[in-house]
Ligand binder design. Structure first.
Ligand code: PEP
Ligand code: MN
Length: 362
């Protein structure tokens, strides 16, 4: 037999053994999947280090060579790990907010305003509700600009307890009156689960703020509501944690959730937060829920709002949130970042003229 004939014969044998190994590995994988199902049914942890150790000891004890024991251990550990991964994939719960569960986009209707169906939606209004006159002025401007969602904080989660905490229910009532006077819808932050029912008398959308993204009792209360929820990303939350927070709401039966990227904490000081633009396409890809970008809190400055708004919409955002105040210099919160009414008008002009946003009342 020539050298090359011999090589071919040996290679043919290797191919055969590979085939046998594959058959055995697949048989083993099927068994581990069945074990995984049994463990889930019993509520037992899938990873069992003692059982792994026993198996390795047994295998090594009957190792005929030529591989040394360490190599055999290493090879089998790889097989164990692959099996565990397989069990985990099998039982990883596919989230309700995930596109794997629902490929088509969730569309949230807020009165006549349809969010998440292709048209871009603007939410605007003051950081805090301060006076009826203040909110009326902003509401009038919104209606002139063809913007139908009025925001304003009545319960303000302030960093310092000595800062203005908001007008509470009185603030919600002001928002409602201003919205009704100009045919708008109200979105406002609620910070206490026990206020949800009261809030539902005034608001059309409940906002959950960044600081409360993982306030699980609040999320559950929002999940029990029959109103859309505007959920902001926590300032130190990963995209995955953000989606789990949304899952808290959706899993209670409220599927009307809008996600809002509002910037995350980084070392950068020239912006208040760092707008995580990559979160927008990631969230759109991973979830069927509408995604907004808060262009005010994410950057905390007025001079780059237009390019940031364009970037957000180009990245696939369904809408934008921004703060507008008749006289930002005297605002009781976020005085440095709110824009005044002429600036808002010019902002909207640019959004419309660029074709990025369509007038709602066109
Ligand atoms: C707000 O939108 O009023 C607000 C407080 O923003 P955030 O929760 O994103 O800080
Ligand atoms: Mn604010």
């Amino acid at each position: 037999m020539s050298m090359s004939e011999e090589l071919n014969k040996l290679r043919a044998q290797i191919d055969e053994v590979n085939g046998e190994l594959l058959t055995l590995l697949s048989r083993r994988a099927e068994l581990t999947k069945q074990i995984g199902d049994v463990k889930v049914a019993q509520g037992v942890n899938r990873f069992d280090p003692v059982r792994e150790r026993d198996m390795l000891d047994m295998i090594v004890a009957s190792n005929p060579g030529p591989f040394d024991n360490d190599t055999i251990r290493h090879l089998f550990k790889q097989i164990f790990k692959a099996s565990l991964d397989l069990q985990q994939q099998d039982h990883q719960k596919v989230l309700l907010v995930s596109r794997k569960r629902q490929p088509e986009d969730t569309v949230v209707a807020i009165g006549d305003t349809v969010v998440g169906a292709g048209e871009k939606t603007i939410v605007a209004g003051p950081c805090s509700v301060e006076t009826e006159e203040q909110v009326m002025k902003v509401a009038q401007s919104l209606s002139e600009q063809g913007v139908s969602l009025l925001r304003g904080g009545a319960f303000k989660p302030r960093t310092s307890p000595y800062d203005f905490q908001g007008l509470g229910e009185t603030g919600l009532a002001i928002l409602r009156r201003a919205a009704d006077a100009y045919g708008l819808k109200v979105i406002s932050e609620i910070v206490n689960p026990s206020d949800m029912e009261m809030a539902a008398r005034y608001v059309d959308v409940v906002q959950i703020g960044a600081r409360n993204m993982q306030n699980f009792e609040l999320l559950k209360a929002a999940g029990d509501l029959n109103l859309p929820v505007f959920l902001k990303r926590g300032m130190s939350a990963t995209v995955e944690e953000f989606l789990f927070a949304a899952e808290y709401i959706v899993s209670r039966g409220n599927s009307q959730v809008i996600l809002c990227e509002r910037g995350i904490r980084t070392y950068e000081k020239w912006t208040r937060n760092t707008l995580d633009i990559s979160a927008v396409p990631l969230l759109k890809q991973e979830s069927h829920l509408p995604v907004f970008v808060d262009i005010t809190h994410s950057i905390g400055r007025r001079d780059i709002q237009i390019p940031i708004a364009k970037a957000a919409l180009a990245a696939g955002a369904d809408g934008l949130m921004l703060e507008v105040h008749p006289d930002p210099a005297v605002a009781l919160s976020d005085a440095n970042q709110q824009i005044d009414i002429p600036q808002f008008e010019s902002f909207m002009d640019q959004m419309y003229s660029s074709g990025l946003v369509q007038r709602e009342d066109k």
